[in-house]
Design a protein around this ligand. Structure first.
Ligand code: NDP
Ligand code: GDR
Length: 385
């Protein structure tokens, strides 16, 4: 019998990688996607199967974490062996703008899934993975952060995820459910959402190198993140649900890097040498708007893979704009993956250099395509002309 998995958030970065991983393992994969006025399935289009084909192993359902009846019906229909709850409004800065919605979707959404499994009498059959996060640690209590480090959330997103974390633990203890938290530190990839810092940087540097954009505005460059590759991290999610006992695990690399250093490494990947002027000034976090103390110089690069680039320039390519600062920031994340290393036998295959190389290569290719289309005279259709 093939195992059946249900993934919420299947159209997101992790949902797409996990779906692919489970399909390769022979699972039947069901996913919940939201209705949107535009197609939102780019990341999983390559997995799509025509509904008219018999014996499909990849099936999508419309749904939303804010709709209990919808979730209960889907879980009843699918009778999953494993549920991966990855759906969330996952942008920390945006959560300050939509705190009530985030509480509902990211916090109560998890309760809806746990309660549906309980009410449907599936507590013995269905194992549940909850996408918990290093954002729970928030204001630094200790480093490196372990499964035992106290939480101190610093955003509506993290507070909602804290509820989700504890309700998962509570259902495990109260109803003997196989429900586990993966406390995942930041993980990225070429299909990372474009507004998270790594992808924003790799896209912007690619466009700047190809002369398609002059400059990029960033927020706090001094915070530190423990970055891994999403491919490695979805492997850990699966491993967590294969354990006999449910439990909570930190998934991290144990290495931390500043945003500034990430930018420098990403630029170096395509031969751009960046020098920071006024390094550390924005560390105070008090800048109001762009300030010439926070420029980065570009030196470099006339050709990239045979493509003519913008050429040498000393114009600043990165500037800090306080609009991107968060009301409360998480300054330092560094995870201790000792438990997942030993109990799950999980180890990441990618390091930061490999991750950056893959992301830069991918974004340069995407931007090259756009540049060629523009050069060839292609104009995007404007329906309002
Ligand atoms: P993404 O933002 O890429 O994907 C989020 C997914 O959730 C998308 O499919 C999105 O749909 C869906 N979604 C959002 N709101 C709802 C809703 N109300 N109902 C149903 N679906 C919804 O996130 P990631 O893939 O990066 O992360 C996956 C999960 O892991 C998230 O819960 C995130 O908070 C958590 N996490 C992520 C980490 C990371 O570094 N990536 C680290 C630790 C935890 P749509 O495509 O329509 O927007
Ligand atoms: P994070 O990721 O908040 O850690 O949450 P993000 O990439 O958004 O920010 C990381 C750090 O970079 C700083 N930063 C900027 N961030 C963004 N997005 N845009 C900028 O221009 C910018 N400039 C500086 C931020 O201030 C922050 O310190 C991610 C999400 O995937 C969550 O869902 C997940 O739970 C955590 O990772 C672990």
């Amino acid at each position: 019998m093939k195992k059946v998995a249900l993934i919420t958030g299947i159209t997101g970065q992790d949902g797409a990688y996990l779906a692919e991983y489970l399909l390769k393992k022979g699972y039947i994969v069901h996913g919940i996607k939201r209705r949107s006025s535009l197609f939102n399935t780019d990341r999983i289009d390559h997995l799509y199967q025509d509904p008219h084909v018999e014996n499909r192993n990849f099936i999508l359902h419309y749904g939303d974490l804010t709709d209990s009846m919808n979730l209960t019906r889907i879980i009843q229909e699918v009778q999953p062996d494993e549920i991966y709850n990855l759906a969330a409004m996952s942008h920390v800065k945006v959560s300050f703008d939509t705190p009530e919605y985030v509480g509902n979707a990211d916090g109560l959404g998890t309760l809806r899934i746990l309660e549906a499994v309980r009410l449907l009498g599936l507590t013995e059959k269905t194992r549940i993975y909850q996408a918990s996060t290093s954002e729970l640690y928030g204001l630094v209590q200790e480093v490196p952060q372990t499964e035992k480090t106290p939480f101190y959330p610093r955003s509506p997103y993290a507070v909602a995820k804290m509820y989700a974390y504890w309700i998962t633990v509570n259902y495990r203890e109260a109803y003997n459910m196989h429900a586990s938290n993966g406390i995942l530190f930041n993980h990225e990839s070429p299909i990372r959402g474009e507004t998270f810092v790594t992808r924003k940087v790799t896209r912007a540097l690619s466009r700047i190198a190809l002369g398609m954009q002059e400059q990029v505005f960033m927020g706090n460059l001094s915070s530190k993140r423990d970055w891994g590759h999403a491919k490695d991290y979805v492997r850990a999610m699966h491993l967590i649900l294969q354990q006999n006992q449910p439990d909570d695990y930190v998934i991290a690399t144990g290495i931390t890097t500043t945003i500034r250093e990430f930018i420098r490494k990403a630029a170096a990947e395509i031969g751009m040498e960046l020098t920071f002027r006024g390094e550390g000034v924005e560390e105070k976090g008090y800048l109001t708007g762009v300030d010439d103390s926070t420029f980065i110089d570009k030196v470099g690069l006339e050709y990239l893979d045979g493509i003519k680039t913008r050429g040498f320039s000393s114009a600043p390519v990165v500037a800090v704009d306080s609009a991107y600062f968060r009301p409360t920031e998480v300054d330092l994340l560094i995870g201790d993956p000792a438990k997942s290393n030993s109990v799950l036998d999980w180890k990441p295959e990618y390091d930061l250099a490999g991750l950056i190389a893959e992301m830069m290569e991918s974004d340069i290719k995407i931007m090259q395509k756009d540049a060629w289309l523009k050069e060839g005279g292609y104009r995007v259709m404007n329906y309002f002309e």
